[in-house]
Design a protein around this ligand. Sequence first.
Ligand SMILES: [Zn+2]
Length: 395
Amino acid sequence: MSGGYRPDGLSRISFEFSTGVGRIGIRLNREIEPLAEYQHSMELVGRVRVQSAVRAFAFDAVIFPVAPAVMATVMAVVFLSLGHIETTQAQTGAGRLRRDADALADSVRIARAAGTELRIEVAGVDDAVRLAMLQRWAEEAARATVVDGRFPLREARVWINEIDSRDRSPVPWGQTSRRGLPSVLLYVRRGASYEELRADWTAVHEFSHLFHPYLDDEGRWMAEGLASYFQNVLRAQMGVLDADEAWRRLDAGFRRGETARSEGRLDAVSRDRGGTMRVYWAGAAYWLEMDLALRHAHDSSLIEVLGRYAHCCLDGNAYVAPSDWVVELDRIVGASVFLPAYRRYAAMQRFPSLDASYRALGIERADAGLRFSDRGEGAALRAAIMGKLEKAASR
Ligand SMILES: [Zn+2]
């Protein structure tokens, strides 16, 4: 599959994929946030063009509002077409087949962790040094999710494709797919350096989604909240984000959620921009509160509980009702922690208060940022959450 990408106006981008079965073009409108929180703000999809040997037909510039679920479906179609291309190419002759097999061998790297594995595939990059760099970057980001030596899922895949982009972001697009082998799809700007990629949050955000089952719209705030919380926490633990900076970024997200114009219950919030900001960051506030509760009274932590859930019970493809999921998490903790707060948050009409969490953490809001108390329990708690951890790399 080859992917093309071109900016089309200030906030509109187009993807066009050539596959063995024809062309699939996707146009997205997206709002560009200061911190590039764009994935779920897009509203347009268009252009489906299918060509076959018999006839070609096109739906061109069909533009309609699209929910992320539809977007996910379109991306899944692109995913699925990959298998088709390999088959098509395999039929075109032995020489071609051998060349493809060689290219495939180089472009796939398997990262292993205590019986779990992540298949890292890179498409369309011939330069061996760059290929290895992209694989190393993806593996490093994925290893941020290792708990008890394991990745969250027994088997998952990350698929990296380079695109031409004038976007400032080194990873203009990321997506999790749950069709077949659970996969993380990452589009990397051609020429983005290792340092730029390492400093970006998208990959860790997407890998964090592999900790939870599919939660559907009702649990969108939990899914996006978890990934938004972990994109800061896990990157601090990796050492790519300074601890204080991680708290500041989390706080900046909370502030965007607080000022978002959005009404109604959190579990029924709309997908407009205000709704999206509230869903992501009210969700992140929930997981912060849970992490603090687990550390304070249960001698545990959020990632430890999610790791145990992943080990015993997680099916990366399955739908689990959010209320059933939190009951499972409580069973693992052996106490009622997640469910009561889940009920409270799901019904919230406004952004949650952070007062209790910030007090526990020794964080005070100042006009332009945060003040950190450097004494007592708060400082220790902050260090326990955002402190750097050593996680072994694969051989
Ligand atoms: Zn997400």
